[in-house]
Design a binder for this molecule. Structure first.
Ligand code: IPE
Ligand code: IPE
Ligand code: MG
Length: 248
């Protein structure tokens, strides 16, 4: 498939590393957690903008397996923010047809956070306008490992284990692979986000700090995506053939 042949191509699945909250706050001489709060507003804006544009799946990196290394007050600020966000935004998102799913290792989060996630999933389980997968205590390596563990526990023999089979145990088995992977905040790295699933995603990096992200930045990424030529290891799709030159 080549995107350049169709200017109306909208990715089915967009994945975003929402990075730059801390720097956004530091630039304003404010505590980092203020940046995270503004990051939640950017997330709600982006969910709406994606739904309006016909994107079916949005997956966001909210807390990585490695983010526990941060100072205690930042980690606890982020956990409280989960509770505040569910309290403040769940009803609105549910009303707008957003299905919320949490992907990541839930075993390490508090009962309060876990039950807030369960509430969000329950309240939105019949929605179908857009699926928002929130990667929380998520790591790409954890995901591959937990999928292998599940496959082994299911008694799969080595020869039965195919890419497709393993994919069924991955945390994002409910979604196609991301077509477009966006990272805000200027860093050009994956930081252990979706390792298995980004095999053929188009990557887009922007200096924009996450709290500043909105419709204009999303549209810039979507415009760029439209111009990409996705080959999936094949050859470039045939363009319209020029008329043959004929002797005068
Ligand atoms: C991303 O923003 C949000 C989380 C990791 C929770 P950061 O907090 O990493 O912001 P910067 O990269 O330090 O600016
Ligand atoms: C990735 O950002 C994780 C999230 C956005 C949740 P980080 O800020 O943790 O990544 P590094 O440390 O810059 O690689
Ligand atoms: Mg960061």
């Amino acid at each position: 498939m080549t995107n350049s042949s169709s200017s109306s191509v909208v990715p089915r699945h967009v994945a975003i590393v929402m990075d730059g909250n801390g720097r956004w706050a530091s630039k304003r001489f404010m505590p980092r957690v203020v940046g995270h709060k503004h990051g939640v507003d950017a997330l709600v804006r982006t969910v709406r903008a994606c739904a309006d544009r016909g994107i079916e799946y949005l997956t966001v990196f909210a807390f990585s397996s490695e983010n526990w290394k941060r100072p205690n007050d930042e980690v606890s600020g982020l956990m409280s923010l989960v509770l505040d966000t569910v309290a403040k935004h769940l009803a609105g998102l549910a009303e707008e047809g957003v299905r919320i799913l949490i992907v990541g290792d839930r075993s390490a989060v508090s009962d309060k956070v876990r039950s807030a996630w369960e509430r969000a999933e329950q309240a939105t389980r019949h929605n179908a306008r857009i699926t928002l997968s929130v990667a929380f205590n998520y790591g790409g390596r954890w995901d591959v490992m937990q999928a292998c563990r599940q496959a082994l526990a299911a008694g799969l023999a080595p020869e039965q284990l195919t890419e497709e089979q393993l994919g069924r145990y991955m945390a994002l088995s409910h979604a196609p692979d991301p077509d477009l992977f966006i990272r805000t905040g200027g860093e050009v790295r994956i930081s252990n986000f979706l390792l298995w699933q980004v095999a053929y995603s188009e990557l887009f990096f922007t200096e924009c700090l996450w709290p500043d992200f909105g419709e204009a930045e999303l549209d810039a990424a979507l415009d760029d995506f439209r111009r990409r030529d996705r080959r999936f290891g094949g050859v470039q799709a045939l363009q319209a053939q020029p008329a043959p030159l004929t002797a005068a």
